[in-house]
Design a protein around this ligand. Structure first.
Ligand SMILES: C[S@@+](CC[C@H](N)C(=O)[O-])C[C@H]1O[C@@H](n2cnc3c(N)ncnc32)[C@H](O)[C@@H]1O
Length: 231
């Protein structure tokens, strides 16, 4: 191929992928809505090693990146459901040969997977009883990471943020799931939820920032939800 032809081809390719930021936003939002609204085909039909896992795989990849960078001693998950996400987290801990997972739910399900790194707690994530149990299971020097995926109403998430942010060590994360609901951009009529809780929390707590680099794959169920402790 001649030098000039190469140049034109490069220009063409460049032009074909040029997208204005407004168009990009529309494309991402439309795909996000399609993916979210097709839940019986997508996030309600996603499995980790055969266990239902209510996640967008692009977020799970980000979890893997955070875990391998932060190398937490303990990952606390609020909201276990079938245990698929807990098993995913434990599998990543296996791969880096570090960490355990403590997962909390108000419901007990007998079909949850057994794994030597997973401990299941039964109760509400915001109850004194659960917080007391957690404190007993965590060492003073442990590096902690938290994932909030239980009751998605604003008051509950804000309460969780106030309680669990205290566990987070500098450089680690508290991940608030499903900040995409109530119109960001899906589930328009949910009412105040995780996004509103994050916004209020970030106003009152300057130790955390929303690490928007974690949204690099465009589609995330957790916009503004990757909260990093910087102080
Ligand atoms: C979205 S599901 C969790 C999904 C799971 N993390 C996954 O990715 O597969 C939410 C779970 O939160 C639980 N839940 C609701 N309110 C709760 C509370 N106050 N404390 C702890 N868990 C709660 C529900 O029973 C449900 O199993």
């Amino acid at each position: 191929m001649l030098k000039n032809e190469m140049k034109t081809l490069r220009n063409l390719v460049h032009h074909r992928i040029y997208i204005s930021s407004k168009t990009e936003k529309n494309i991402v939002e439309q795909f996000h809505s399609l993916y979210y609204d097709s839940h019986s085909q997508t996030w309600n039909n996603t499995y980790w090693l055969g266990i239902p896992t209510q996640k967008c795989p692009l977020d799970l990849w980000i979890y893997q990146e955070i875990i391998s960078e932060v190398r937490p001693d303990v990952i606390i998950e609020c909201g276990t459901a079938n245990g698929g996400s807990a098993l995913f987290l434990a599998s990543i801990c296996d791969l880096i040969n570090k960490g355990k997972v403590i997962t909390i739910d108000i419901e007990n399900r007998k079909t949850r997977p057994w794994h030597k790194r997973i401990k299941y707690l039964l109760g509400s994530s915001t109850s004194e009883k659960i917080v007391k149990q957690l404190k007993k299971l965590i060492g003073d020097k442990d590096k902690i990471m938290v994932i909030l995926d239980s009751d998605h109403h604003k008051e509950h998430v804000l309460n969780e943020l106030r309680i669990y942010s205290k566990f987070i060590t500098k450089g680690s994360y508290i991940i608030v799931e499903d900040t995409n609901i109530n119109g960001y951009p899906v589930f328009l009529d949910f009412g105040p939820g995780p996004m509103e809780a994050v916004e209020e929390f970030l106003k009152e707590n300057k130790d955390f920032i929303a690490d928007r680099r974690r949204e690099k794959f465009y589609l995330t169920f957790n916009p503004k939800g990757y909260l990093k402790r910087q102080k």
